[in-house]
Design a protein around this ligand. Structure first.
Ligand code: FES
Length: 65
């Protein structure tokens, strides 16, 4: 169906980021919408140089969770 809204999913990836897909917006602390891909990968380890997005640094840092 064309007009059917996409379901939103947030998946906690093992030892990695959150993966968000579907119908979502990412808003920064100032209330501005940040453009993102779908799916988007959001940093969960705190080490990304491109927060809120994951840049793969969790692997170098040995993030577990
Ligand atoms: S989760 Fe990937 S850099 Fe933080």
């Amino acid at each position: 169906m064309e007009n059917q809204e996409k379901k939103t999913e947030c998946v906690v990836m093992k030892d990695g980021p959150y993966m968000i897909k579907g119908n979502f917006k990412i808003i920064d602390a100032q209330g501005t919408e940040i453009e993102s891909a779908d799916p988007a990968f959001l940093c969960r380890c705190g080490h990304s140089n491109n927060r809120p997005f994951c840049d793969g640094k969790h692997r170098d840092k040995g993030f577990k969770g």
